[in-house]
Design a protein around this ligand. Structure first.
Ligand code: NDP
Length: 449
């Protein structure tokens, strides 16, 4: 329960305005709780309604997406773009195509994106978008027709100085390509810096594919070294998910000396005590677009278990939930603690419930929040925009080094803010405060808008 009267009033207003938005309520509550220790020192926030403005998106766009399936039947989905806050730069944030997409999820993701982007040190505001379209089981042509229909509506609201979408769940470089092509066809402009996550052949950045996962491990490595005086070397690692984030988090964890023993998809998980063979996971998920179950059929000694949440039955030192929101609740947190984990880093956006985070922290396990730990993806998206604007391309090593430095900087900013808030090492609090203070300052300088 929030103790500060202003924070409580802002939260109550959010609940009253958006009564059916559990994901949105959850992230707002976590954020406001982080400000408890410092809100009294900032009367200018209430005077200028900074928090009321901060929790309310600048703009929400919803639209119908009409497309034709392979059987000739007309299909209708709903599209969204939440343009949350542009105090420090144009809106930036991914597009998610998944049946669970609704306004609550979009607003939660947009709000988190804004805080995340504020941490990156780069000039990007926050936004998020997507559709309740389910890409599973769709043909290549259906995916293309859907993407073309989606961007035909969205293109008029975006642009490199307004809003730059990127990928997220269900949206990879294939989908970005279809959207880019359609947008170019409509506008007759090769506006490379608007959509990021592009293929390398027409303006994509090296490292963008790996960036979120690599960044998660760079961040985890900072926490391991700075707070626990250890490293990935010899640690048992569990990575949930097997999409973009999970795959490259697993790759970097292995490069840093960890042994990844489990990965999952939305049906179940595989356990390979000898260490996951990542090339096979990539082949199964990226080339064959098959279920992770196939891994256990092809690797002697590996087992498949139905139900993705039970991945935490397996003990580990380093827990990297990289699949989706709220995949770790108290039951899973308890298993992670009982399994002897020393650290948990949120790879997916908000993969842990508030209760799970509290439980892990109470057990002395440092929790790195998604908005800090997975900011490597959007940071590299912004580096992609920079390269597009400069009309040149950096090498893999150059981008990777910038990414590594950004992740170090984010860790330092979050840690320092946690110290200033009187909760040293509480990176959940530190990340929220560090980002909010920066964005709030920009809002105050820009007057009543
Ligand atoms: P992908 O679509 O590439 O992969 C998602 C993975 O999660 C798949 O393995 C999928 O399994 C699994 N999954 C989806 N829904 C569930 C569920 N309900 N329960 C268990 N597993 C599930 O997405 P990304 O890897 O890009 O994104 C993962 C998370 O990271 C999301 O929260 C996203 O917002 C966040 N993120 C992504 C960034 C990026 O750069 N891609 C940047 C920052 C954050 P299946 O194959 O069965 O669908």
């Amino acid at each position: 329960m929030l103790k500060n009267a202003y924070l409580r009033r802002v939260y109550d207003q959010v609940l009253a305005r958006d009564p059916n938005a559990p994901e949105f309520h959850q992230c707002i509550r976590e954020f406001l709780e982080s400000l408890e220790g410092i809100a009294d020192k900032h009367p200018e926030w209430e005077q200028n309604a900074i928090l009321e403005r901060f929790v309310e998106p600048d703009r929400i766009i919803t639209f119908r997406v009409t497309w034709v399936d392979d059987a000739g039947k007309v299909q209708v989905n709903r599209g969204y773009r939440v343009q949350y806050n542009s105090a420090i730069g144009p809106y930036k944030g991914g597009l998610r195509f998944h049946p669970s997409v609704n306004l609550s999820v979009m607003k939660f993701l947009g709000f988190e994106m804004n805080l995340k982007n504020g941490l990156t040190t780069l000039p990007i505001g926050g936004g998020k978008g997507g559709s309740d379209f389910d890409p599973h089981g769709k043909s290549e042509n259906e995916i293309m027709r859907f993407c073309q229909a989606f961007i035909t509506e969205l293109y008029r609201h975006i642009g490199q100085f307004t809003d730059g979408p990127a990928g997220d769940i269900g949206v990879g470089s294939r989908e970005i390509g279809y959207m880019f092509g359609q947008m170019k066809r409509i506008t007759n402009q090769f506006d490379a810096a608007t959509l990021t996550g592009k293929h390398l052949s027409y303006g994509g950045s090296l490292v963008r594919t790996e960036a979120t996962g690599y960044g998660i491990c760079y961040f985890t490595d900072e926490v391991l070294r700075h707070q626990l005086n250890t490293s990935f070397e010899g640690k048992t690692v569990i990575v949930s998910g097997s999409g973009n984030v999970a795959t490259y988090a697993a790759e970097k964890a292995m490069q840093l000396g960890g042994r990844v023993v489990c990965m999952s998809d939305s049906n179940g998980y595989v356990h390979d005590p000898d260490g996951i063979k990542l090339d096979l996971i990539k082949d199964i998920k990226q080339n064959r677009r098959a279920r992770i179950k196939v891994y256990a059929d092809e690797v002697p000694g590996a087992t498949y278990h139905e139900g993705c949440r039970s991945i935490w039955d397996v003990p580990c030192d380093v827990a990297l939930p990289c699949a989706t929101q709220n995949e770790v609740d108290v039951a899973e947190a308890k298993k992670i603690i009982d399994g002897g984990a020393i650290i948990l880093t949120e790879g997916a956006n908000m993969p842990c419930t508030l209760e799970a985070v509290a439980m892990l922290q109470a057990a002395g396990i440092p929790v790195s929040p998604a908005k800090a730990a997975n900011a490597g993806g959007v940071s590299t998206s912004a580096l992609e925009m920079t390269q597009n604007s400069m009309r040149l391309s950096w090498t893999f090593e150059e981008v990777d080094e910038r990414l590594h430095n950004i992740m170090r900087g984010i860790y330092k900013a979050a840690y320092d803010a946690s110290v200033e808030a009187g909760q040293p090492g509480n990176l959940v609090v530190g990340a929220n405060i560090a980002s909010f203070l920066k964005i709030a300052d920009a809002m105050l300088h820009q007057g009543i808008v």
